[in-house]
Design a protein around this ligand. Structure first.
Ligand code: PLP
Length: 351
């Protein structure tokens, strides 16, 4: 099959949007690998674990699935410019798809709390990047306020087409496994993605392509867990900057997705996230950013108290680890240095 993006691949699921093929703005997003874990026996015995590697998307995160839909529709509806608030990945994706479409792109980012790789992306794709002396929730409020008077299309996940595009992740998982997994673990920030996956599974369920929905397990970071604690967090804090959100836009939808499927939304600590990130990279060869590793951290914790023997579990790895190299380097800066001397090298290797 020729490489195609998600709008064309799953065109039957986008009929209501009435998109002509030549209107599609795509960078061939989607079609990401579903990789089976091989070396997690030590922590997850007899569980069949798969990683959906969304970091393999064109700009390195799942946001591209939503952005192809949001930007295609923005152009179709005559928009000339898009705007978003972002912890990083939305801005990178919006900037790239805007460039592809010939649209202007404005991104508002919270001051100081954005991974360097993501910021570099937004800049090089040509977006107008504006830092806000506040957090993500402040930035999103400002976007909501200025979009209409300035005739800007919002491409945050409150844009309904974003979730439509992101639902295709669920289709791909079922298409590969041949059925729905028993559980799906994924990070929850603004809660759009868990809502989108739920929508995707539900569509396949209604078409009788699956017999049951997976239990939707949403994982928040302990310092940014508004849904778990059932209150708005004014100053969310976590190393997983992509889910550093205190007042999720799709809060109710996420709770619904978890409740209806028999899943839940719970939290893990930053320490557990970083441990899972390292485990994932060093034992499976997959480098995901901290927010993504929350899914594995959540699975490991959950498995300590629930019997997952024989279950099929998918973890959504939402973004690429290369986006945030600082998080790794800041923890592990003890590189060994030796002289240009073969004996010293032999000694270093033997150590
Ligand atoms: C956006 C993002 C999330 C959170 O997704 P929501 O839809 O906001 O819940 C998680 N991980 C990464 C890498 C992201 O970019």
């Amino acid at each position: 099959m020729e490489p195609i993006g998600i709008l064309k691949k799953y065109q039957n699921h986008f009929k209501e949007l009435k998109i002509e093929e030549n209107q599609i703005i795509s960078l061939q997003e989607g079609n990401t690998p579903l990789i089976e874990a091989k070396h997690l026996d030590g922590v997850l015995k007899d569980v069949s674990v798969y990683f959906k590697v969304e970091g393999m998307n064109p700009t390195g995160s799942f946001k591209d699935r939503g952005m192809t839909a949001a930007v295609t529709m923005a152009v179709k509806e005559g928009s000339k410019a898009i705007i978003c608030a972002s912890t990083g990945n939305t801005s990178a994706s919006a900037a790239a798809y805007a460039a592809r479409a010939g649209l202007k792109c404005i991104v508002l980012i919270p001051e100081g709390k954005i991974a360097m790789g993501k910021l570099a992306q937004a800049i090089i794709y040509g977006a107008k990047v504006i830092q806000i002396k506040g957090n993500f929730d402040d930035a999103l409020n400002m976007v909501r306020e200025c979009a209409e008077p300035l005739k800007l299309t919002i491409v945050n996940s409150i844009n309904p087409y974003r979730l439509q595009g992101q639902k295709t992740g669920a289709f791909e998982i079922v298409d590969v496994l041949g059925k729905a997994p028993d559980y799906q673990f994924m990070p929850v920030g603004n809660a759009g993605n868990i809502s989108a996956y739920y929508m995707g599974y539900e569509e396949y369920f209604n078409e009788k392509k699956i017999e049951a929905l997976p239990k939707m397990m949403g994982v928040q970071a302990a310092g940014a867990a508004p849904i778990v604690e059932n209150r708005i967090i004014e100053e969310p804090e976590t190393v997983a900057t992509a889910i550093r959100i205190g007042n999720p836009a799709s809060w109710k939808k996420a709770v619904h997705a978890a409740n209806v499927t028999g899943g839940s939304i719970f939290k893990v600590t930053d320490e557990e996230i970083l441990k899972a990130q390292k485990l994932l990279a060093s034992s499976e060869g997959i480098f995901a950013e901290p927010a993504s590793a929350a899914s594995l951290a959540g699975l490991i914790n959950y498995s300590k108290e629930h019997d997952l023997k024989g279950k099929k579990v998918v973890c959504i790895l939402t973004g690429n680890g290369l986006k945030d190299p600082d998080i790794v380097l800041n923890q592990n800066l003890s590189l060994q240095k030796i002289p240009v001397d073969i004996k010293a090298l032999e000694k270093a290797i033997a150590e």
